[in-house]
Design a protein around this ligand. Structure first.
Ligand SMILES: Cc1cc2nc3c(=O)[nH]c(=O)nc-3n(C[C@H](O)[C@H](O)[C@H](O)COP(=O)(O)OP(=O)(O)OC[C@H]3O[C@@H](n4cnc5c(N)ncnc54)[C@H](O)[C@@H]3O)c2cc1C
Length: 475
């Protein structure tokens, strides 16, 4: 079994001449750094500590002009180019060994137009940056569940979280993008201009260019929502899941409820004797009127005999950060994910069995709750095709000692393989680790792959943007 930590993402170790580097540096408003220079290690360090790669140079872009200069430079010199947004992607494609890394994490501005209910967001903004600005006006768009995730990569893969069953995926709320293409030209794409590119970036990842600005539709949300956790003893997981499944099948679209199974972290509302023991958690958010929400969550609260029920009114921006302490950067991580239309007893039992053998206390299996508005878009209307999915399982393996790499990765792969016969075969591209390139065509894109490959040939025939879940240009 190969170990992803020992592999690179295939960048050639091109040697860049000092003259060419100086010429690029002179064009930039942002910084250029080489190994050993200030900012270099900070820029190449990303969320997943499994990824330790050393680009030959890093451009820390300050704006679209820096992006254009860097893309033209890499294209002209034939040098591999990796693009970093928030640096959260599990596969680690934001960084390359050798080549150029284009670090967008300094481009963080978020401008809200409260009258038009739209947001203009730069690609270095995190979900927390976006929520902070939008919530100042009681507005939000569907994003993910961990506030330090980058808006850019999340959006380009699809994007889902607590608001998605009500308002759709992040891409269903995307109005336009500014994209620097492989030719180094900045073009806009929306429903009227460059529609084919706009279709491709809604799920096609960073394959088609570097997005320097995203425009989103916003919705009134909060400032308080009904949200929180119900924590149960693990022994009752099967009956609880049965009840959960029946309740969410009829739940209003405002209600989203995920299942998390893991060893209990030392949360202050859990009795000390539960810490470190397996637990079954319902994590929920009602994106609507709080009194209506109380009625919607009551059946979930009536299930079993919980150890703790901490569901209540909560600031939306605070709930968006609720999982941050469990998802801090710097740990080693490996994920495996499946999509489901129905989650049957056999698949759930396999997950229950796996929780008991989780190799570290930080490993977890979560079941994300989809459906609702995410499934009211046709599979062919955006590059993201999984418009019939009701649940997403993510086996989230997390540890700190490199000596445990093999056992942790094996645990995730074993469960993934066992559950596969019960799943759709589809996968959310943003949950794929770097060793799943064989799943890109049929798993991530399925019916949309051929069209994506043709658009790749149109917009990036030389595959300059290849550090991603790569779509090869059609011949
Ligand atoms: C702890 C954690 C929780 C998560 N929770 C959720 C969740 O709730 N919902 C969800 O949908 N996803 C979730 N994700 C997955 C997340 O959507 C992806 O990891 C996403 O790729 C992160 O985006 P980023 O900008 O931070 O990543 P990066 O690693 O910077 O980039 C990811 C990919 O996108 C490309 N890219 C980044 N910016 C640009 C750009 N401006 N132009 C072109 N290409 C670009 C990169 O080259 C790279 O290939 C989670 C991830 C983590 C680690």
């Amino acid at each position: 079994m190969s170990n992803p930590a020992n592999r690179t993402n295939g960048a050639a170790t091109a040697t860049i001449s000092p003259q060419a580097t100086d010429a690029l540096r002179a064009q930039l408003r942002g910084a250029l750094c080489r190994p050993g220079e200030p900012g270099y290690d900070q820029a190449r360090t990303i969320w997943n500590a499994m990824i330790d790669r050393c680009p030959e140079l890093i451009v820390r872009a300050a704006g679209a002009a820096d992006v254009i200069a860097t893309v033209r430079y890499a294209g002209a010199q034939g040098i591999p180019l990796a693009v970093r947004g928030g640096g959260h992607n599990i596969a680690g494609n934001a960084v390359c060994d050798g080549g150029v890394m284009l670090d967008l994490s300094g481009m963080k501005s978020v401008r809200i137009d409260p009258a038009a209910r739209t947001a203009r967001v730069e690609p270095g903004a995190t979900l927390g940056d976006f929520d902070r600005e939008a919530q100042a006006f009681g507005l939000a768009t569907p994003l993910g569940i961990n506030s330090t995730t980058g808006v850019a990569g999340l959006t380009l893969g699809g994007g889902f979280g607590w608001l998605s069953r009500r308002f759709g995926l992040t891409i269903d709320n995307l109005l336009s993008v500014d994209v620097v293409t492989a030719k180094g030209e900045l073009i806009q794409a929306n429903e009227k201009r460059n529609q084919d590119l706009f279709w491709a970036v809604r799920g096609g990842g960073g394959n088609f260019g570097v997005v320097t600005s995203f425009e989103y539709r916003l919705h009134p949300v909060g400032p308080e929502v009904l949200a929180g956790l119900i924590v149960h003893p693990f022994a009752n997981a099967k009956e609880l899941f049965d009840g959960y499944r029946k309740i969410v099948a009829k739940a209003p679209e405002e209600l989203t409820c995920w299942v998390v199974m893991r060893k209990a972290p030392p949360l202050p509302f859990l009795p000390p004797e539960v810490h470190g023991k397996e637990i079954f958690v319902l994590a929920m958010c009602y994106a609507g009127d709080i009194e209506q929400g109380k009625k919607a969550v009551a059946p979930l609260q009536a299930l079993g005999k919980p150890i703790a029920d901490v569901v209540g009114p909560s600031p939306f921006a605070g709930w968006q950060q609720a999982f941050d302490p469990l998802l801090t950067p710097g740990a080693r991580n490996y994920w495996k994910s499946h999509d489901f239309i129905e989650l049957n007893d056999a698949a759930f039992q396999l997950m229950v069995d796996a929780v008991a053998s989780a190799p570290t206390p930080d490993c977890e299996i979560f079941i994300g709750h989809m459906g609702g508005a995410t499934n009211r878009v046709r599979a062919e209307d955006t590059a993201y095709p999984h418009r019939n999915v009701e649940f997403i399982m993510n086996v989230h393996t997390r540890w700190s000692d490199a000596a445990q790499d093999r056992v942790c990765i094996a645990w995730a792969r074993d469960l993934f393989d066992k559950v596969a016969p019960h799943a759709t075969g589809g996968v959310y591209v943003n949950f794929m680790p770097e060793d799943e390139t064989q799943r890109v065509r049929s798993g991530a894109y399925g019916p949309n792959y051929e069209r994506l490959a043709k658009l790749k040939a149109k917009y990036d025939p030389a595959n300059l943007f290849r550090f991603n879940q790569n779509i090869g240009p059609a011949a």
